[in-house]
Each structure stands twice: as structure tokens, then as C-alpha cells.
Ligand binder design. Structure first.
Ligand code: SAM
Ligand code: SF4
Length: 443
């Protein structure tokens, strides 16, 4: 039996792609191992969203170069593979396979070529209408499962490599998504997360032609599914019907990740984001007016080329207005092939760091204030595991907050499986900037 090792970098889409790649390999008779040293095939599923992420894979390839001499086969998958293509063979000659995510449906054929001794196998075409649907997905978590509903991206944000690395938008049929969700529920999964680079740009290619809100709502009606999440939503395609669906269907988690990137209209325009600050704020208003308390989170890029102090201050103002539950802040990183690469007036690294710190500080005080508001409330958590260092269980609320808790009335956990996967009501007793703490409530 051939042994393989895989390491995954980057977003949830990559994590889920790896689950499908692993499933395909297991089905072909391979066996997964935890150490590069014990593998015959070593795969890296890579991310190239920022320069730092891209460098990680080249560092890894360098780190294990000596292992190639022992007959191991190395493969680079995902976004760096798509972006760098055959250049990877020049930079790391011990690599034998370079394949982007749009070619994963051809993985079995590529494996045959590798097994036949071909040392330059590529899967780099973006010209596809296929999505990588496989019945062999090997899921890492027994309670929460990812479901890809749309692949690729048809937007063209000036800073972003995704349209070049993941190809054009392709939605799965609503029927195949629901079939997968039902079969997950039947096999014991209680939480699913619908995935897409822009999950809400979903358009059912079948005659049913559902939009995203309909697909979300129907998924939330499946027996056995207690929680349905989705990420990432693009503001332009975020309709009020999504908020209405969340309001009407308790199984849909009351959390929306809606990346704004900047609070300044002029920066949004230079970023080619295709919405204005006012349009974005209208969507925030829908959520603030909803019956359920919807947690809103976001992504921000600081130091986009030409961003002035006044433009950056617009972002600080927007953050105060929205009061996000949490956010990811990124320093702008120059990416190959993107229009912003040619923009003049790149912001110096120290200035990006200054803005990053200012934003982080302001957001930290917002989070402290917001989280303090949960103290004294009861929240339902889905238990994710046990932290032996702190002697606390780790739970996740519907709003996607981490709620660490103790359960005094229960026997001390012998293994972290005792409560993992269960849903419990927790009384929030303390709050920090990044998490809540509490005690389980027994009626
Ligand atoms: N499709 C989603 C959207 O449009 O909001 C975002 C997907 S992208 C994989 C995740 C995040 O990476 C983006 O929201 C953006 O904040 C960040 N990002 C993308 N390109 C970047 C770059 N060149 N430099 C810094 N951050 C970047
Ligand atoms: Fe990148 Fe923009 Fe597509 Fe999001 S919408 S993946 S930021 S190009």
C-alpha cells in the first residue's frame, strides 16, 4: 500500500479540497501517514493570497528536499501550483506534480501518470465547467462538515489572485448540494458549512435555478441538521432575502462574514470592489434590524496602494459604526498578475504596520465592550473539544463565538469525546476580547 502525507495551507476552501483529495487517494488504495519521513507521496495544498502564505510552501519544499533523494514523490497543489505553474519545477526540481484546484477531477489520472514514473505531471487548465464533486471525501471532523456549493470567482478585485488561481465561478446543482447535506445528516453530522469564495453568488445551474437564500433555507430544513453556516459572502450579491431566511429558520446560524475591505469609497473604487460604502451599510442595517441578533464579522486590508490617512480614517469610522463581532486585518500584499501591482504610491511597510495596529487596538476595545454584553446570558454551544491546559470545554455559539466552559456536575472527562459534538446551554460568566467563558446550565 502506497503511503501519502498532505499538509494544507490557507482557507476553509483549501481545507475542504484536501478532504476531497485525501478521500480520492484513500479510494485509490493509498494510506495517509502523519510524517513526511514515512510517506512515498508528499503533497502540499497551498495558498497564495498573500506573499507570506506563498513563501511557506517553498520553505517546506526546501526543508524536505533531502527526502526526495530517498525516492519520495513531491506534489504542489492549490493556488501556488496554479499561479506558478511549471516554474515550480525550476525552483524546486524535486517536485513531480503541479496541479491547481480546477484540475482535481483529473487527480486519479494524474496519480496513474506518477505511478508510471512520469516526473513532470501537471494539471493547470482553468478552462473548466466542472466542480470537484466526489463521493470519497474524507472529513476531518465527525460533527461539522464543509460542503462546497460554488467554486472559483468571477469578480476582479484589483489586489486578488483568486480569479487567476481558482478559475471562473461554477455552482453545483441544488439537488447535488441537498443530497450531500442529507447524507451528512443521516450519517450523524449536525452542523454543515456551505462554502464558496463568494458563497452568496451561488446560482443553481439546474432548471430549479435557486438563488443562495433559497438553497440556504432548504438546507436549514433538513432533518438532523441543527446548524447551517456559510462563508464568505460578497457584499454586492448580499440580498435582504438572506437576512429574512436567517430570521425565519433557526437552524441557520446568526453569523454573517461580510468582508468590507475598506470604509472609503475612493479606496473601494480603486480596489474594484463593485459596491460603495453606503451600499455596504444598507446591508449592515438589514442585519441590525433583524429579529435575531446577527453577529457580523469582516476582513479589512490596510495600506492598499495610495490609501491616504483620510481614507484610512474612513475605515476606522466605519468600524466604530458597525461594531463588528470580530475581524481579520491584512496588510496589503503585492500579488502577481493583479492590477494593483501596477498602482503607484505603494504604502511603506512601517505605515501598514501602524495602521494595522491602530485598527487592531480599536477593534479590541469594541470586542471587549460587545463581549461584556453577553455576561449573564445563556448561550447554546456546539461542543468542539476539551482543553486540558485550562481544564475547560471549548464550545462554539451560533454566532461563531468561542465559549469556554466548565461543567461541574459532570464527571471529569477521561477523553475529549465525552461532550464533543453535543449541544449545551451555557451561562456566560466572563468575557475577554476574543472569547467568552461560562458554566454549563442544568435545569
Ligand atoms: N471572496 C471574499 C471577498 O470578496 O470578500 C474574500 C476571499 S479572500 C480568499 C480572503 C481575504 O484575503 C480577503 O477578504 C482580503 O481581505 C484578503 N486578501 C486578498 N488579497 C489580498 C492581498 N493581496 N493583500 C492582503 N489581503 C488580501
Ligand atoms: Fe478575491 Fe474579490 Fe474574488 Fe473575493 S471577490 S475572491 S477578494 S477577487
Amino acid at each position: 500500500m502506497k503511503k501519502f502525507y498532505i499538509e494544507t495551507f490557507g482557507c476553509q476552501m483549501n481545507a475542504h479540497d484536501s478532504e476531497k483529495v485525501v478521500g480520492t487517494l484513500l479510494e485509490k488504495g493509498y494510506q495517509q501517514v502523519d510524517e513526511v519521513e514515512n510517506a512515498e507521496l508528499v503533497l502540499y495544498n497551498t495558498c497564495s493570497i498573500r506573499d507570506k502564505a506563498e513563501q511557506k510552501v517553498f520553505y517546506r519544499l526546501q526543508q524536505f528536499k533531502r527526502e526526495a533523494g530517498k525516492g519520495k514523490i513531491f506534489g504542489v497543489l492549490g493556488c501556488v501550483a496554479q499561479q506558478e505553474g511549471e516554474r515550480i519545477f525550476e525552483r524546486a526540481p524535486h517536485v513531480s506534480l503541479v496541479a491547481g484546484s480546477a484540475s482535481y477531477t483529473k487527480l486519479p489520472e494524474m496519480l496513474i501518470q506518477l505511478e508510471a514514473g512520469n516526473r513532470r505531471v501537471t494539471g493547470l487548465s482553468l478552462d473548466t465547467t466542472d466542480t470537484f464533486d466526489t463521493p470519497f471525501t474524507s472529513r476531518d471532523n465527525p460533527h461539522r462538515a464543509y460542503i462546497t456549493i460554488i467554486e472559483g470567482c468571477d469578480k476582479s478585485c484589483a489586489y486578488c489572485v483568486v480569479p487567476f488561481t481558482r478559475g471562473p465561478e461554477r455552482s453545483r446543482t441544488s439537488e447535488s448540494v441537498l443530497r450531500e447535506a442529507r447524507s451528512l445528516a443521516e450519517s450523524g453530522y449536525s452542523e454543515v458549512q456551505l462554502l464558496g469564495q463568494n458563497v452568496n453568488s451561488y446560482r443553481d445551474p439546474s432548471p430549479a435555478s435557486w438563488d443562495f437564500a433559497r438553497l440556504l433555507d432548504e438546507t436549514g430544513k433538513i432533518d438532523g441538521l441543527k446548524r447551517v453556516r456559510f462563508t464568505t459572502s460578497h457584499p454586492r450579491d448580499f440580498g435582504k432575502s438572506i437576512v429574512d431566511a436567517i430570521d425565519e429558520n433557526e437552524a441557520l446560524c446568526n453569523h454573517v462574514h461580510l468582508p468590507v475591505q475598506s470604509g472609503s469609497d475612493s479606496v473601494l473604487e480603486r480596489m474594484q470592489r463593485s459596491y460603495s460604502r453606503a451600499e455596504y451599510m444598507r446591508r449592515i442595517e438589514w442585519m441590525k434590524k433583524a429579529r435575531r441578533d446577527i453577529a457580523i464579522t469582516t476582513d479589512i486590508i490596510v495600506g492598499f496602494p495610495g490609501e491616504t490617512d483620510a481614507e484610512f480614517n474612513e475605515t476606522l469610522r466605519l468600524i466604530n459604526e458597525v461594531e463588528y463581532e470580530s475581524m481579520f486585518i491584512f496588510k496589503y500584499s503585492k500579488r502577481p498578475n493583479t492590477p494593483a501591482l501596477q498602482y503607484e504610491d505603494q504604502i511603506p511597510e512601517e505605515e501598514k504596520t501602524r495602521r494595522f495596529n491602530l485598527l487592531q487596538e480599536q477593534q479590541r476595545s469594541i470586542q471587549l465592550r460587545r463581549n461584556a454584553g453577553y455576561v449573564g446570558k445563556r448561550e447554546q454551544v456546539h461542543v468542539e473539544g476539551y482543553n486540558r491546559a485550562t481544564n475547560q470545554w471549548i464550545g462554539r455559539t451560533s454566532q461563531h463565538k468561542t465559549l469556554n466552559f466548565t461543567a461541574a456536575d459532570l464527571p471529569a472527562p477521561d477523553s475529549d469525546k465525552t461532550l464533543t459534538g453535543k449541544y449545551l446551554d451555557i451561562l456566560v460568566t466572563r468575557a475577554g476580547p476574543n472569547s467568552l467563558a461560562g458554566e454549563s446550565v442544568f435545569e
